[in-house]
Every structure is written in structure tokens, then in C-alpha cells.
Unconditional design. Sequence first.
Length: 255
Amino acid sequence: MDSIPYLFHSTQSCQSFSNEDDEGCKLLDSFAILVQITLASTALITLFYKRSREKPQRPMIVWALDVAKQFVGAAVIHFLNLAVSYIAGRPKGGGPRTNLCVWYFLNVAVDTTIGVVILWFWLKSIQRIFTMLHIKDIKTGQYGAPPLRHMLLPWFKQTFIFVLAESLMKLCVYWMFRYFPFLFSFGEWVLRWTKGNYRYQVIFVMLIFPLIMNIIQFWIVDTIVKVAPKDQEGVIQDQPNNDHVDNEREPLLPK
């Protein structure tokens, strides 16, 4: 999109149903808060670095709106991931209770890999539908000219499209978990080295793995949500006091 990415994922409960797991995983203790801050800071630093390498470079106000779009998406995806993890790991029909750490790990793994492709598909599909309905100001990364209050309405429209695409992506991920139960076995296999030491499990699934995948996800999703390079000149020309840089860099995903 989480992601944004997995900025808020550290608050998710990863415990299995045993008391030992419950003692090893907390929702909002000091460690979880530290993880949130670390993940948020890393994601923001990554986007700052990416912006420094852009050619042409987005104006700061456009870049800030793009980043805000991702962070709103991250908040939404956080609650969706909570729902998916608990529905999958705590079935109402009396099915077996499974380790939520594994579901957390799978959410991070899928959302930041194949989930990015699914997100791109839904984002482009929704944009085409809205274009057919003659809804204006929906082209990603284009918010018009300052002042900021004139740019907010296009931002809200584009953010709604982005959040809707993320929600549809998450629905696809849920059905993937539902119809491919071997994914849970794969997650258990990956985390088998943490069995018996839930502190290692928490550190890996809540900090190390999301930290690595955040960098990749935020970089790619930022490429998706920003304006296409061929349209960048028009955006920059609308902004005062911006130096135009030639030698455009190709996006990571097709526009």
C-alpha cells in the first residue's frame, strides 16, 4: 500500500492460546510502542531517501501528501489485519485456535510481496471506473496547484481510492488464507526456530521481519501512488520555486 504499510502492525496480538504465549506477547506494552516508533521512523526515513534520489523530484508539498496517503492506508490496513488474523486464528465455529504470531507473519509476508501487485491491480481498476464516471482529480499524485486547501479535495478522493484498493487487496488475502491452509504450515515452518522462546518470536515477527519488508513495501507503494514521470513536469511547473531536474528515473512498477 503496510503497508502503509506495517507501521502500526506492532500492536497486533501474536499469542497462541497458551498462557506461556500470552506472557510473551503484549498488545501495547513499552516494547510494542518502541516497535511502532521504530517502524514509523524507518518508513519515513526510507521515503526521505527515496525522494532525494527522484529525478525529477516531487515538490515537498506533493511528496508530503503522497506520504500522508500511505500513512492513512497503513492505519486502515492495521485494523484489517487485526480482523483477518483473529478470524483466521480464532474461528467462531469452534475450530482449532492457532498461533496468531504465524498469522501476523503471513500478513506481513503476503501484504509486502504479492499484496503489492494485487493493490496495484485494484488501484488501476478503480481509477478506470472512476474515470468512466467522469470523476475529476483522481489521477494519483496530482493535487493541483497551491494553496494547500485547494489540494486537499483531490487528496481526499485519491486517498479514498487508495484505501478502497487496500481493502479489496486485504479481502483477496483473506480468501487466500481461507482456501490455501498450507500457508499456515509454511508460516509455522519459518518460525520453527523460535518455538519455545516466544521473545525471539515476538522480536522477529514484530520488529525484524516487518522492518525489512517495510523498506521494500514503502518504496514500491510510493512509486505506485506518486505521479507518473511523464506527468511530473506539469506538476512541478504548477509549484513555485522548484528546480527541475532532467534524466527521469523509470518507476519500479508500470504506470
